[in-house]
Ligand binder design. Structure first.
Ligand SMILES: *Cc1c(COP(=O)(O)O)cnc(C)c1O
Length: 362
């Protein structure tokens, strides 16, 4: 396809999308097909010769659309709303056109700088404490876009795990990491999203799943008691996941109680506000954030509420070096001369600082 045809087909595609949106109510929300339906409609070998664009689009309408669940349908009430919008679609088009990959500042400076600035905007919008923002003076914190809340939870758990192992290594330099890890304990509520348990599984971390109270809220006293018991058994509490707006019933864990317990035990507190976190833009809805100052990290998904296409989960950390130290490797071909002054998002957030123990540098 050359640019001349792209202009023509691109305009047709915009019309196709606008028509789809304008008439979406006329479609079924869920497809009326059985598993394997597409195998009978599409050849099992890739075609040897490219096909005409018109034929491809006809296949989209006749073969693909009948198997689509229409998340943007006004009668779609499953899961969470997928927050599509025309500006979001246009943004995706532009980003596809530029087609750059911003793994480091040098790989495309505007990518990195815009991400940092907008994450500060949104952090301020939801009333995050200033130490989660990049441009606060002497701040070690900042925000990063992840693909999903599940990734935010996994990444925060990996960072907490690496940080605790570094701390323990100082006290027990001759004990192997694997042995230290076997003593470490993570915690979440029974109401936490399944991604928390999955993250623990992937990170080889033992996790206790705690009973919430009658309002499905995890309370500080429950956490305190279990951590005390674990400590008495020689285990080391190091990570707590609290949810603001749980998936099944939108309950809120009691951050104001949980926070001080995490502080007492030196545990990383990750707060997952995937869905309800969006609502904190309204100051009158911020009640459940009380205690957020105890969090090490926080995330929410604009793609669940804010007219932004999947995938977009925003994550802020109070100490970005704890995150980068867990995830940085530094091959020659990715190094660049501005790494002192810039953020390289390939290390999730932060810059190319050498691994070291001093957590108090900027
Ligand atoms: C939806 C949801 C998730 C998972 O979100 P993904 O971005 O799909 O990983 C995690 N936690 C909560 C509270 C959710 O509501």
């Amino acid at each position: 396809m050359n640019s001349e045809e792209f202009r023509k087909r691109g305009k047709e595609m915009v019309d196709y999308i606008a028509n789809y949106m304008d008439t979406i109510e006329n479609r079924r929300v869920t497809p009326a097909i059985e598993p394997g339906y597409l195998k009978d409609l599409v050849p099992l070998e890739a075609p040897q010769k490219g096909e005409e664009w018109d034929d491809i689009m006809k296949d989209v309408e006749d073969k693909i659309m009948p198997g689509v669940t229409h998340w943007q349908h006004p009668r779609f009430h499953a899961y969470f709303p997928s927050g599509n919008s025309y500006p979001s679609i246009l943004g995706d088009m532009l980003s596809d056109g530029i087609g750059c990959i911003g793994f480091s500042w040098a790989a495309s400076p505007a990518c990195t700088e815009l991400e940092t600035i907008v994450l500060d905007w949104i952090g301020k919008m939801v009333g995050l404490p200033e130490d989660f923002l990049s441009f606060t003076e002497n701040s070690k914190g900042g925000g990063v876009i992840q693909g999903s809340a599940s990734e935010c939870v996994l990444v925060s758990l990996l960072a907490a795990r690496a940080h605790k192992i570094r701390q323990l290594k100082k006290q027990h330099p001759f004990v192997e990491e694997g042995v230290l890890l076997s003593k470490m304990m993570a915690y979440c509520s029974k109401e936490a999203h399944s991604c928390v348990e999955k993250a623990a599984m992937m990170a080889f971390v033992k996790m206790r799943i705690l009973e919430p109270d009658e309002n499905q809220s995890l309370r500080g006293s429950t956490l305190q008691q279990v951590m005390e018991e674990d400590r008495a058994m020689g285990l080391i509490p190091f990570y707590v996941e609290a949810t603001l707006g749980t998936t099944s019933c939108c309950s809120f864990d009691n951050l104001a109680e949980i926070g001080p317990v995490c502080e007492e035990y030196g545990a990383w507190l990750h707060v997952d506000g995937a869905y309800a976190g969006n609502s904190f833009i309204c100051p009158e809805l911020r009640g459940p954030m009380k205690g957020i100052e105890y969090a090490s990290s926080f995330n929410f998904n604009p793609n669940k509420f804010m007219l932004t296409n999947f995938d977009c989960s925003l994550m802020w950390v109070k100490d970005r070096f704890r995150l980068t130290q867990a995830l940085v490797v530094d091959p020659l071909y990715l190094q660049h001369s501005y790494s002192e002054k810039s953020i390289d998002y390939r290390t999730v957030i932060g810059c190319n600082d050498e691994l070291d123990e001093d957590d108090n540098r900027r």
